[in-house]
Design a binder for this molecule. Structure first.
Ligand code: RFL
Ligand code: PHB
Length: 407
């Protein structure tokens, strides 16, 4: 057996999703070296279709980091969303616009997560020549309770490596391994449904996202560009994406999104439909010694509040500041505060995502008797949200994103 190749950096980052790549960018801007280790190929991570909504503080951060050039040119600024529902069961649905600009003076930007990832990889690899190792396997994190942790892994060419560092960032997502090294307490809730998502070559017919509460279940109307629509349907949790024909998907979208004056353009599906389970999960603490968890590795929200990627980016802002303080002043207080600081924002987003999920989905589709009391509560909450300026402002403030450090 050949010996492991040894190398050293300041921060070893596991995972090249939004958390790992934004962290690497912020550290580079502060003159701190890092190496990013990623299990998948560059092409794969650049093509993975996921989030679409950037909060205002996320856009601010990407601008400050100097990686928002294309986002500013191609991102679609939105100043509101619509909640669509019928006043009475079985009645005609109506749109109720939540006007973010009027209510909180800020908006969101619709820009695909994979576009953010492409921009960050281009900045790091193509422009700055900094390291991201793709297609690594067998990642193991060692000695995190000492001040000399390391990461062992097998590189794409089969060679064995040990990366020595001062700090390890576990940015390896929900299915990663870093969380097990921290061994945090986990609290979670699994919802009795999933989302079937499709990406279609079809021009959006409204400028804004539509969240539709319908007797058949929830539907979401979103977009990626002036030519591409992104759509989701609530489905039973164990649904095989392949069991829904294209015709059935469009039929159900037409039914659940039907509203006077609204047309849903249909078009060729640009990728196979996929089903995502819906869960809430919080791991705490988010740190063990010199290992820090960030993003989906530490917490999951159901996508109804559009918070997952934004939370991942908020975590690594806190981590980058703590690491900077450590190298600048030898001060570890940022490390000590990391978990509690992040978890305050995490729990706010958990609550908001749970609230949006609870208000908009059908929870009773599996039982014949249904849950008329639950539906009555949902309708009441929807009405209250669209008729009370205070309630609408609360939704708007959470949706566009509370300022970093505000909670
Ligand atoms: P990621 O993006 O999962 O990245 C983790 C990376 O780690 C790699 N990895 C490993 N690398 C090395 N060794 C290992 N052992 C490894 N194990 C894993 C993985 O290959 C991957 O590249 O986590 P990160 O960076 O924390 O980012 C989180 C976001 O991706 C996630 O929260 C969002 O996609 C959630 N989300 C949404 N978030 C929003 O802010 N707004 C939205 O509108 C939104 N919509 C969504 C969503 C997620 C969805 N799905 C599919 C889960 C809509 C959907 C349908
Ligand atoms: C998306 O465009 O993928 C999207 C938008 C809003 C959400 C979730 C996903 O709440």
């Amino acid at each position: 057996m050949t010996a492991r190749q040894e190398s050293r950096t300041q921060v070893g980052i596991v995972g090249a999703g939004p958390a790992g790549l934004v962290l690497a960018t912020l550290l580079a801007r502060a003159g701190i070296d890092s190496v990013v280790l990623e299990a998948r190929s560059r092409a794969y991570v650049q093509a993975r279709v996921r989030a679409g909504v950037l909060e205002a503080p996320t856009v601010d951060l990407l601008r400050e980091a100097g990686v928002a050039g294309r986002l500013d040119r191609e991102g679609m600024p939105h100043t509101g969303i619509s909640l669509r529902f019928a006043e009475t069961p079985g009645g005609p649905a109506e749109d109720h616009r939540i006007d973010f600009a009027d209510l909180v003076g800020r908006g969101i930007t619709v820009y695909g997560q994979q576009e953010v990832v492409k921009d960050l990889l281009a900045d790091r690899i193509d422009d700055a020549g900094l390291p991201v190792e793709f297609e690594v396997s067998g990642v193991e994190i060692h000695d995190v309770t000492t001040d000399a942790p390391s990461i062992t892994y097998t590189a794409a060419d089969g060679t064995a490596h040990r990366l020595r560092c001062d700090v390890v960032a576990g940015c390896d997502g929900f299915h990663g391994t870093a969380r097990s090294v921290v061994a945090p307490e986990i609290v979670e809730r699994v919802y009795p449904f999933g989302w079937l998502g499709v990406l279609a070559q079809a021009a959006p017919t409204t400028d804004e996202l539509v969240y539709s509460h319908h007797d058949n279940g929830f539907a979401l109307y979103s977009m990626r560009s002036p030519e591409v629509t992104r759509l989701y349907l609530q489905v039973p949790p164990d649904t095989e994406a392949g069991s829904w024909s294209e015709a059935r998907i469009w039929d159900e979208l037409q039914t659940r999104l039907a509203c006077d004056g609204f047309t849903l353009n249909e078009g060729e599906l640009l990728e196979k439909p996929s089903v995502t389970g819906m869960r809430s999960m919080v791991a705490s603490p988010m740190r063990h010694g010199r290992l820090f968890l960030a993003g989906d590795a530490a917490h999951i929200v159901p996508p109804t509040g559009a918070k997952g990627m934004n939370l991942a980016i908020a975590d690594v802002r806190v981590l980058a500041e703590a690491v900077e303080r450590f190298y600048r002043d030898g001060d570890e207080r940022g490390f000590d505060d990391y978990s509690a600081t992040c978890l305050r924002r995490v729990w706010r987003a958990e609550h908001f995502s749970w609230f949006m999920t609870s208000m908009l989905h059908r929870f009773d589709s599996s039982t014949e008797a249904g849950d008329p009391f639950g539906v009555g509560l949902q309708r009441s909450q929807l009405r209250y949200t669209v008729t009370s300026r205070a309630a609408a402002t609360s939704l708007a403030e959470n949706y566009v994103g509370l300022p970093h450090g505000a909670v």
